[in-house]
Design a protein around this ligand. Structure first.
Ligand SMILES: Nc1nc2c(ncn2[C@@H]2O[C@H](COP(=O)(O)OP(=O)(O)OP(=O)(O)O)[C@@H](O)[C@H]2O)c(=O)[nH]1
Ligand SMILES: [Mg+2]
Length: 245
């Protein structure tokens, strides 16, 4: 099976490629190397939105001696949702069997990657790295953020009726075949709402969704891109999905 790990980036220069001493010092290790250490056969697709910190430049430099690395550049910060939709189409066109959603900031542990693929091989169509199934956890998050995530997930689960414990999770692996059967161009949400909407569509289309426990950590370096608009959008999306069903 051939896979691609899609990583959208906005100002993630310090997280993306290893800096000198990265082999010994984990805080200088880059996410691309960490992915390849765990899934040597997989490709990595970075989708960068003209990051002012020059993330795309360090990726391009690394691409010169790594044929498993790909980059799509967009002209401005257009959001996580449209970045993933672009990446899903890209993966489908190129015949990959599976595609990951993953953050650049080490909130998602690269060591977990092979467990997702194992579940896919057992027959799952979407594997979600879940903080809210037995064995899953969140560490280092401030209490406010923890509560927001907890209640957002209860709301999303009961509101949409989808039996998924972590619907706002962003560490996921899809069988690319799934993208042929859900209307990607009809998705206009971002952030949390995007995750809820895609999970809902995959589940409603009758695909096998499987949650595996992960430990989620606060971002390693850099600033958060979470904003109030993303929260409001997710709030209004849930009743809309219920109605649609
Ligand atoms: N291409 C692109 N990537 C984005 C955009 N917004 C966020 N990202 C990336 O998407 C991933 C998740 O975003 P984060 O900012 O980590 O969101 P979060 O995990 O909810 O919040 P923090 O970890 O606290 O920042 C990271 O790799 C970001 O760099 C965007 O508008 N465009
Ligand atoms: Mg993050």
């Amino acid at each position: 099976m051939k896979g691609v790990v899609i990583i959208p980036t906005y100002d993630e220069r310090e997280n993306i490629v290893s800096r000198s001493g990265g082999r010994r010092d984990p805080s200088r290790y880059g996410i691309i190397d960490a992915v390849h250490e765990n899934l040597p056969q997989a490709d990595v697709l970075i989708i960068d939105d003209a990051s002012p910190d020059g993330t795309a430049e360090v990726v391009k430099k690394k691409m010169r001696n790594d044929s498993r690395l790909h980059l799509l550049e967009r002209e401005s910060k257009l959001g996580l949702g449209t970045a993933y939709i672009l990446g899903f189409g890209w993966a489908l066109e190129r015949g990959y069997d599976y595609a990951f959603e993953m953050d650049a900031d080490f909130s998602h542990d690269p060591n977990d990657l092979p467990r997702f693929v194992a579940e896919l091989k057992k027959g799952a169509d979407l594997v979600i790295g879940s903080r809210y199934v037995s064995g899953g956890a969140v560490v280092d998050w401030p209490p406010k953020r923890m509560l927001l995530s907890h209640y957002a997930n209860i709301y999303a689960r009961f509101g949409t009726g989808a039996p998924i414990k972590d619907m706002t999770a962003g560490f996921k692996c899809y069988r690319t075949e799934v993208f042929r059967h859900i209307d990607l161009s009809g998705i206009h949400t971002d952030g949390y709402g995007f995750q809820i909407e895609v999970d809902f569509r995959v589940w409603s289309a009758g695909f096998r969704v499987r949650e595996i426990p992960i430990t989620f950590r606060d971002r390693r370096i850099g600033v958060s891109k979470l904003n109030h608009q993303i929260i409001w959008q997710a709030l209004f999306l849930v009743p809309k999905l219920r109605f649609w069903r």
